[in-house]
Design a protein around this ligand. Sequence first.
Ligand code: HEC
Ligand code: HEC
Length: 217
Amino acid sequence: MKKSIFITAVSFMLCFFSVGLAFSMPSGPKLFKEYYCIDCHTLGHQGGTVGPDLSKIGKTKSLAWIKAQIFHPGSHFLLGTKTKINGKMYLVRMPGFKTIPPAVANKLAEYIKTFPSRRQNFSYKIPKGLALFRADNCVACHTINGVGGKVGPNLSHIGKTKSLSWIETQIIDPKVHFTYGVPTTINGHTYLVIMPTLNKISSSQLNTIAKYLESLK
Ligand code: HEC
Ligand code: HEC
């Protein structure tokens, strides 16, 4: 009797755990776009051409090979040289995504490994706020979900502690919050206060970018 209760409890826990994982891990197409892969690679019809089309990659490369390429392209290709892939020449310059959380890289590699597949479901649209975050070069100094610079604080959970209006002010007038040129400690790390003022931004773009950041809990 006791044993069966135990087994039931364990299977309930496992069930909740896997449901939790299914909800928290973004889909393959989402990762492919949010982690910049799409800027350089096509999967079918959309995407960049700086790197090879990946829509048949699953036929020729193993899962382990794909994961290694994401973390450390240098293990396959020599940076700065030219290499021929599927009959086309490429300048080797894929960045290593060493800071992507391993679970994310696994999911991404598993997704790509399924290609070519009939159900490509590649319709995910990148949030406008994230696109602006990149276009306005915030990403050069700030990391979100493992990608970006370290000159400024990690913003992956900024919406937990900061309001929409606080974030808007930080973007157009950071000196309201921090004194320029002075080191300041944020979440246990010390930063030199150098965030530039972005005064060329329209109010709707400002709102879009701030809303996106505020949604990161
Ligand atoms: C700045 C452009 C760029 C970005 C961003 C980029 N790649 Fe690449 N990728 C390349 C180039 C160029 C190559 C050719 C070899 C190299 O540079 O290492 C390549 C090669 C590859 C290959 C091997 C292709 C083959 O047929 O052998 C895979 C797999 C791959 N990339 C996956 C990804 C994934 C997944 C991401 C996102 C996490 C990504 N790439 C982001 C440019 C990029
Ligand atoms: C040149 C590097 C740099 C660029 C570009 C930059 N930031 Fe910052 N950011 C910083 C630094 C350093 C700080 C710490 C405080 C300061 O400098 O004002 C900061 C602070 C922040 C904070 C507060 C973080 C916290 O935890 O309190 C937010 C939000 C922020 N930046 C958003 C942005 C956005 C959005 C953009 C693009 C429009 C951007 N930053 C562009 C360097 C940068």
